[in-house]
Design a protein around this ligand. Structure first.
Ligand code: ADP
Ligand code: MG
Length: 218
């Protein structure tokens, strides 16, 4: 099953993980109302306008726009809804944007990558994290494989605290953000197991200037 970002967000919040939150619209007549609602509900004047398509690389393709105020959010919404978005994952024909997600903007200190999938060769789950988040992880895997930390988890035993600790340590976190990341990793694994997902991927996981750890994209 392919799901959009805003749908993945719902699953993650059900597992009590901190995700970026917001509202969607699929008709430009609704844009003003939705932007206002995000600004009021999240007590913010800057938001991010995000195309909802079934492909990554939206930022580079022009489908993710930081908007410092209402007028800019409305303009970016008009530009993005209905656009044909071409990314490295859509193929050359691109995908038409039929839905837009408006979310609060965060002050990002650093972006990380985190993912869980089955390592078929040994029948164990593999949990991968990298301090090189936000960018294309395939590239990191090829050019700097040492920048990806992996722990293998026996699905029958489940994920242990020391494994979550090892992952959080490997991306250089300390103090409160170290603890938050550990808890997020344990919950990500629980979500992966209970939903029977083939992959749970977060890119990026961020740490904000206020040292909050948040899932930005899944
Ligand atoms: P994609 O991977 O498809 O390009 P992302 O959701 O990862 O889409 O967004 C691309 C980039 O835009 C992120 O890596 C991050 O730097 C930035 N970004 C996305 N959402 C926000 C947000 N809510 N606040 C601040 N920056 C954001
Ligand atoms: Mg991303």
């Amino acid at each position: 099953m392919k799901i959009h970002e805003y749908q993945g967000k719902k699953i993650f919040s059900d597992y009590d993980m901190p995700v970026q939150d917001g509202y969607t619209f699929d008709n430009i007549d609704k844009a003003e109302e939705v932007i206002n609602k995000v600004m009021v509900d999240f007590k913010t004047s800057d938001v991010v306008v995000k195309a909802q398509i079934h492909a990554g690389g939206r930022g580079k393709g022009g489908g993710v726009k930081y908007s410092p105020n209402f007028d800019s959010a409305l303009k970016n919404s008009k530009d993005i809804l209905g656009m044909n978005l071409i990314t490295h994952q859509t193929g050359e024909n691109g995908q038409k944007v039929k839905k837009v997600f408006i979310t609060e903007a965060f002050n990002i200190k650093k972006e990380f990558y985190a993912a869980i999938t089955l390592d078929r060769s040994i029948g164990m789950d593999v949990f991968m994290v990298s301090s090189e988040g936000g960018v294309e992880i395939e590239k990191v895997a090829q050019e700097n494989p040492e920048k990806i930390e992996k722990v293998w988890i026996d699905p029958l035993l489940g994920m242990k605290n020391f494994q979550a600790r090892k992952l959080a340590f490997s991306i250089g976190l300390t103090g409160e953000s170290f603890k938050s990341a550990m808890i997020i990793f344990l919950k990500m694994y629980k979500c992966y197991q209970q939903t029977d997902a083939t992959i749970v991927e977060v890119n990026p996981l961020i740490i904000t200037d206020e040292n909050k750890v948040i899932i930005l994209e899944n």
